[in-house]
Write a protein that binds this ligand. Structure first.
Ligand SMILES: NC(=O)c1ccc[n+]([C@@H]2O[C@H](COP(=O)([O-])OP(=O)(O)OC[C@H]3O[C@@H](n4cnc5c(N)ncnc54)[C@H](O)[C@@H]3O)[C@@H](O)[C@H]2O)c1
Length: 339
């Protein structure tokens, strides 16, 4: 059992695919963190990844868990494996950075939360967009009642994924390992943000379809929501709306409105004063836009979330995104899919 917190927290990465690179790059930007090693079901994938970052490749996950030099495990594997692999890490007293979705069922999410609590380890569920300055601003404005009574809190995610995106993967689009499509894979980012900003919501009506892609799970979904604060909301999510549009979250109240486009506040009007209107700006703001290309991520927001996790391990800051947050997004998605 690990007790001492070392000067630099050492991260092991499980799964050496696309998002693992973002984790590795993020860890390398953090002075208090060190990349310890990587494991993958395919040793050749782990070795190639290890070579790229100058770290050790473990023969398998068991070997990584047996290494006392690893303090935190980043789980970057197909979604259907997250729950079991997170539980393994927790049972070895490791802190866990768990890629979204944290689990495919609320029962598994509860098990992770309970075992982590009993083991005294932290689990953060990745929702990197929460660490955008504009998302923080929007959440603060809602908390301050700046928009007055909230009327609509909406999420529109009309993304495009090429058929090759699914064809090239052994697990994307499958029930067992993706657990869902436009909602559970891509939509969960916006759903977590919507709930983070506007609070919990009940699903009044949900609807999912597979309209264009040849996959087992939904490529399109819509829902009608009612928030605990009394506002109504709609969700539209799809991965077959060409050419792909930036994700929008719209907050409308009786005193103003805001539009979050991907992770930037594009429009803000309060009490009749237009404070932001992106259509009038020409300063080329930064935008992480995965509307049509999932590879267009950068590691800066992951780095902020990992920094928060490290601060929480050291007890200097509360954990920003824990199991309850990860569970809430999964639960809403499952309620939409229940129809
Ligand atoms: N936060 C984000 O913005 C974001 C973006 C993309 C993906 N993700 C999430 O990250 C996870 C991985 O997605 P990806 O796009 O990197 O997938 P990927 O297919 O590129 O990589 C997955 C890796 O896991 C490995 N793997 C499979 N089974 C394994 C096992 N049993 N043990 C160890 N390794 C195993 C594969 O060999 C592969 O290298 C998914 O849960 C996805 O939802 C998050």
């Amino acid at each position: 059992m690990k007790t001492m917190i070392p000067e630099k927290l050492r991260f092991g990465i499980l799964g050496a695919g696309m998002i693992a690179n973002i984790h590795a790059q993020a860890i390398r930007t953090l002075p208090g963190a060190q990349l310890a090693g990587v494991a993958d079901a395919y040793p050749a994938a782990a070795e190639a990844f290890a070579g790229r970052y100058g770290i050790a490749a473990y023969p398998d996950y068991g070997a990584m868990l047996a290494d006392d030099a690893v303090d935190v495990i980043c789980i970057c594997t197909p979604s259907g494996l997250h729950a079991q692999q997170a539980l393994q890490a927790i049972r070895h007293r490791r802190h866990v950075v768990l890629e979204k979705p944290m689990a495919l069922t609320t029962e598994d999410a509860d098990r992770i939360a309970e075992e982590a609590r009993c083991a005294g380890v932290l689990v953060t569920v990745i929702s990197q967009l929460r660490f955008s300055e504009d998302v923080r601003t929007l959440k603060r404005l809602v908390e301050q009642n700046a928009f007055g009574r909230l009327i609509f809190c909406n999420l529109f995610m009309k993304y495009w994924r090429d058929p090759a995106y699914y064809a090239a993967s052994s697990w994307k689009g499958t029930f067992a390992l993706d657990g869902g499509g436009a909602l559970m894979n891509q939509g969960i980012h916006g759903i977590d943000l919507l709930l983070h900003i506007a609070g919990s919501a009940a699903v009044l009506k949900g609807c999912k379809r597979t309209l264009s892609h040849k996959i087992e799970v939904e490529d399109t979904a819509a829902a009608l929501l009612e928030f605990e604060n009394g506002a109504l909301g709609v969700i539209e999510a799809s991965t077959c709306t060409a050419p792909g549009f930036e994700r929008r979250i719209e907050i409308h109240g009786d005193r103003g409105c805001a539009v979050l486009v991907e992770d930037r506040l594009a429009e803000l009007t309060l009490d009749g004063e237009v404070l932001r209107d992106e259509s009038r700006r020409s300063d080329g703001q930064r935008c992480i836009n995965t509307a049509s290309d999932p590879g267009k991520l950068d590691c800066s927001l992951h780095a902020r979330q990992l920094q928060n996790m490290m601060n929480a391990i050291r007890g200097s800051e509360p954990l920003a995104v824990g199991c309850a947050d990860g569970r809430r997004a999964v639960e809403l998605i499952l309620n939409i899919c229940r129809e």
